[in-house]
Design a protein. Structure first.
Length: 206
């Protein structure tokens, strides 16, 4: 298991969408409208960090290439080896969900990655899908007690400084990860996380 974390990495997120995904039930997607968010993200997002090092640092910035001209940026330059910052959206709870995020990586010499985490109960317990621009792959992990376990991987061209769409569907023990509209990973996961509350979030540096 790679122990690389977030080293001077910058990740921009322009669109975040949530929808219920279970048992054939349809629900209207919840789209996070960045144009309506206040400059201080604390009212809408909780910042978590898996691993060590300083707290996660996320900011709302102007970006003319982003949806609505604004993006959420991961701006920390902490070089701690095992450190994964997360921005957890407060207003959505759900176990069986479909989450998608539009993102681009813009810097980082050790790692350039963005992702989606679901079924979070603590900063150390969740599932995460991420796309890595340095390794050109998309992977799915289970994180338990702060330790990552890789469950699936696929090669994919993740161009830096370009917008991409990553999607993660969780339904029972089945997970589907899609990248730029193409399903790359389909798997069943046995064994449960100690889930008490379930949220969706965006993630950088995995």
């Amino acid at each position: 298991m790679s122990r690389r974390g977030c080293h001077g990495l910058h990740l921009f997120i322009a669109l975040l969408t949530f929808a219920g995904a279970a048992r054939g039930q349809e629900s209207a997607p919840m789209i996070v409208d960045l144009s309506k968010l206040p400059p201080n993200l604390e009212s809408d997002f909780t910042t978590w960090r898996t691993g060590e090092g300083e707290a996660a640092q996320w900011a709302l910035i102007a970006d003319p290439t982003a949806t609505d001209g604004r993006a959420i940026a991961q701006v920390s330059k902490d070089r701690t080896d095992y450190r994964f910052p997360l921005a957890v959206y407060k207003s959505y709870f759900g176990k069986d969900v479909e989450v998608s995020v539009r993102f681009k990586t813009v810097a980082g010499t050790v790692d350039q990655a963005g992702g989606i985490a679901v079924r979070l109960s603590t900063p150390d317990d969740y599932y995460v899908a991420r796309a890595n621009a340095l390794e050109d792959n998309v992977r799915f992990y289970r994180v338990v007690n702060g330790k990552r376990e890789q469950l699936a991987s696929a090669n994919a061209k993740v161009e830096p400084n370009q917008w991409h769409t990553l999607a993660l569907t969780a339904e029972g023990d089945r997970f589907t990860v899609s990248f730029d509209g193409k399903a790359l990973l389909l798997l069943r996961v046995f064994g449960r996380l100690p889930v008490t509350g379930v949220r969706g979030c965006t993630e950088a540096g995995v």
